[in-house]
Design a protein around this ligand. Structure first.
Ligand code: UD1
Length: 422
């Protein structure tokens, strides 16, 4: 297993190009199944999760042709061969559950193994399933498989009891070909959901209310293949800004939509960082006086839970007391014991952490437990004194394209070492 070896305490400086958004690309790649013919997707990041979703749609009968240099994906869809997605494909990635919506819409059935993925709390799929039921599907659970069947999906009004990115996306994909009008209430407003909606609209779907908490979808008979470009990854952009911030460096993230990370930008400027924003870039510089802050994770446009862990690393070395309240996922603090090993002073009280900022962190052998916890450790290591070895880096391969190359370009001292100790 590869490891990262990072010699820290080095200022980062320079520009970094942000890749396409993983969380937008995943449902959009699956949504290609909804139209026969060849769809072309641009700005598709080369990531483990993206490679996994290729396998899933190939298993169902699609053909994929991916050019990782150009980040272009061609998906050819003919007849759907299978309506069942086995455990081997689903176990590594929860987003595989996205095939349920399109499969139900096209074939009238979907058998999907219960999902795995990041180990961040319970993460049920009950809202997805009750939404399908409300549209007329019969749902059963057998031998670890969710079985859904519907002769015909019918439009309905469905209130989601919790704001869920996955359920909003999955139900939208089912509703575009359903009979009649579906109204989804308490929808996620994340840019990834909006991007999926824009993609479906380009394919001929009739959707209104994207980016609001009420989405209305008028079912159509057929969708057509299109060429579409995925939005930039706001979580990757935020991660590099935090990497710049923790090393007191000057970093510019390019090819982004600044409005997608306004909650992070507000927090950073409140802490004292100097930020400049252009049409598709943000740059960050430190200032002499920086202070801690209070962060509460919330659905978009609030502070994203996916930046909670990397933000915690920064707050660990920011003077004063900071507080983070995690309201989206329980058990999303697995990075805390690892950060403590590097000298951070962090106390957990239920869904809240209290951080007493230290002058510096010091290197220690640490281990990634999930994708964003991994980002937190990389950020901490970039600022820590000494050389940090990070294990289980396959977690960050799931979501950060060319991570070490991008950090090297910013001046980090990072090596990916083959066959480090597991
Ligand atoms: C997506 C993102 C993930 C991000 C999360 C929240 C992808 C592939 N992943 O995950 O990176 O951290 O949004 O922004 O896009 N819930 C239920 N029942 C359900 C579905 C969700 O109770 O049926 C709960 C979850 O346990 C969680 C909350 O709703 O507490 C939000 O989860 P959700 O938005 O669905 O997250 P994902 O779509 O899995």
């Amino acid at each position: 297993m590869d490891i990262y070896r990072i010699r820290g305490n080095k200022r980062l400086s320079g520009e970094v190009e942000i890749s396409g958004a993983k969380n937008a690309a995943l449902p959009i790649i699956v949504a290609c199944l909804l139209a026969k013919g060849e769809t072309i997707l641009k700005n598709v990041p080369d990531l483990m999760d993206i490679r996994t979703i290729f396998k899933v749609i190939e298993f169902l009968g699609a053909q994929t042709d991916y050019n990782p240099e150009k980040n272009i994906l061609k998906v050819k869809v003919g007849r759907i061969k299978n309506a069942e997605v086995p455990y081997e494909l689903v176990k590594t990635m929860r987003a595989s559950v996205y095939v349920m919506g399109p499969l139900l819409a096209i074939t009238g059935e979907a058998d999907v193994s219960l999902p795995g993925g990041c180990s961040i709390g319970e993460r049920p799929v009950d809202i997805h399933l009750s939404g399908f039921e409300a549209m007329g599907a019969k749902i059963t659970l057998e031998h670890g498989y969710i079985k859904a069947a519907a002769k015909e999906l019918k439009g309905t009004t469905f209130f989601m009891k919790k704001v869920s990115v996955g359920a909003t996306a999955n139900l939208m994909m089912a509703a575009v070909l359903a009979k009649g009008t579906t109204v989804l209430e308490n929808c996620a407003m994340e840019p990834d959901v909006v991007d999926l909606g824009n993609f479906l609209t380009a394919m001929g779907a009739k959707i209104s209310g994207l980016g609001t908490d009420r989405i209305e979808i008028e079912g159509v008979k057929k969708l057509k293949p299109v060429t579409y470009s995925i939005i930039p990854d706001r979580i990757e952009a935020g991660t590099y800004l935090l990497a710049g911030a923790i090393t007191k460096g000057k970093v510019k993230v390019k090819n982004i939509v600044p409005g997608h990370i306004s909650a992070l930008l507000d927090s950073l400027s409140e802490m004292g960082y100097k930020l400049k924003t252009g049409k598709n870039w943000v740059s960050l510089e430190p200032s002499r006086k920086l202070s801690g802050t209070v962060i509460k994770t919330l659905p978009f446009p609030g502070f994203p839970t996916d930046l909670q862990a990397p933000m915690m690393s920064l707050l660990s070395v920011t003077s004063g007391i900071s507080v983070i309240i995690e309201t989206i996922f329980e058990n999303r603090f697995t990075h805390v014991p690892e950060l403590r090993r590097m000298g951070a002073d962090i106390q957990i009280e239920g869904n809240t952490v209290i951080i007493r900022g230290k002058k510096s962190l010091s290197s220690a052998p640490v281990m990634m437990s999930d994708l964003r916890a991994g980002a937190a450790l990389i950020i901490a290591a970039l600022a820590a004194k000494g050389t940090t070895e990070i294990r289980r880096i396959y977690h960050s391969d799931r979501g950060y394209e060319k991570l070490s190359q991008k950090l090297l370009k910013l001046g980090a001292d990072i090596k990916r070492v083959k066959g480090g100790k597991p």
